[in-house]
Ligand binder design. Structure first.
Ligand code: RIB
Ligand code: CA
Length: 305
């Protein structure tokens, strides 16, 4: 039985890689893609999501998300994902349009049609928070919310908790999701740094297929800031891997909340023996992840192939 999936994302390079590979995962059925403001503004992330569906001939509805965080001004990831959000990979225009429904409403209706769907969030949690604020009863209709966010060990900035992008851009949204009663699994950013694609792998990507060449073009101008500029972090692909192959991960039950340090929302989680509604991925099989990454890449065919 395929996993019914709603993906909320802010493409962005690592979102794009995660989306493209998920199109070819045999065990998931993507019912809806929602754009969220984050890496770039909502117009750009929406256009980028539409482009990827066109490029890979995916007839998946795309719903446009809210223009920015619930209570703060949008601060995009300037200089990280290149001019259009896809590094040096550029495209002309998109022919398709998003559906008329706002993302959170589209999620609500999708959950009525496809009860017990999983929601995968690869950007700030603004849209999902608005869904749960507007339709709190939907928390019971969601199998689980898996989101890429926060850090596991604060290994990135030892001196103080690190404000990971997806959480720090809309901490109130994360708080709403954590307190919604939905089952939540957190995939922290540490994995995307440990399982980075190094520059040798990137040069080999070009000769695998058209998708490999597209990834290499994207990675050419991807400045994640925590791996070398000629390497590429895989944050969102790690979160997507959890949906496709959960056995690659070890998770623990946690108590999780948002704390504010220097005005930035930080996701703080503590492992507990009690069965809470929230799980944190604490380990990943890196070789297994890379096998999945290259396995899906090798079968990814664009509309031109
Ligand atoms: O911190 C990494 C996360 O922020 C990734 O999802 C990346 O795409 C950005 O959204
Ligand atoms: Ca993202």
């Amino acid at each position: 039985m395929k996993e019914s999936l709603i993906i909320d994302c802010d493409p962005g390079i690592d979102d794009a890689v995660a989306l493209i590979t998920s199109f070819f995962a045999p065990n998931i059925d993507i019912k809806l893609i929602c754009s969220t403001a984050g890496n770039l503004g909502i117009e750009t992330t929406t256009k980028n999501a539409l482009h990827l569906c066109e490029l890979y001939d995916q007839s998946i509805p795309v719903a446009k998300g809210l223009p920015g965080p619930l209570n703060t001004k949008l601060e995009i990831a300037k200089g990280v994902h290149g001019k259009m959000g896809f590094g040096n990979y550029l495209y002309k225009d998109v022919k398709t349009k998003p559906i008329a429904l706002q993302a959170y409403k589209a999620m609500h209706y999708a959950l009525q049609l496809y009860n017990n769907s999983t929601i995968l969030v690869l950007g700030p949690l603004t849209n999902v928070a608005m869904l749960l604020k507007t339709y709190p009863e939907d928390a019971k209709k969601i199998k689980q919310i898996v989101f890429m966010g926060g850090t596991k060990d604060n290994v990135l900035k030892q001196e103080k908790p690190y404000p990971e992008f997806n959480i720090s851009r809309d901490p109130e949204a994360c708080e709403i999701v954590l307190n919604s009663g939905a089952n939540v699994t957190i995939i922290p950013m540490d994995f995307g740094h440990y399982a980075y694609i190094d520059n040798e792998e990137i040069s080999r990507l070009k000769s695998i297929n058209e998708t490999g060449a597209i990834f290499a073009k994207m990675y050419e101008n991807y400045k994640d800031g925590h791996v070398d500029d000629d390497d590429a972090a895989t944050h969102d692909s790690c979160a997507t891997a959890y949906i496709i192959e959960p056995t690659l991960f070890k998770t623990e039950y946690v108590n999780a909340k948002i704390k504010f340090y220097d005005g930035k929302g930080i996701l703080v989680s503590n492992i507990t023996k009690r069965k809470t509604k929230i799980k944190l991925a604490v380990d990943m099989d890196y070789d297994g992840f890379k096998n999945l990454y290259y396995g899906l890449l090798s079968v990814a065919k664009t509309i031109n192939e």
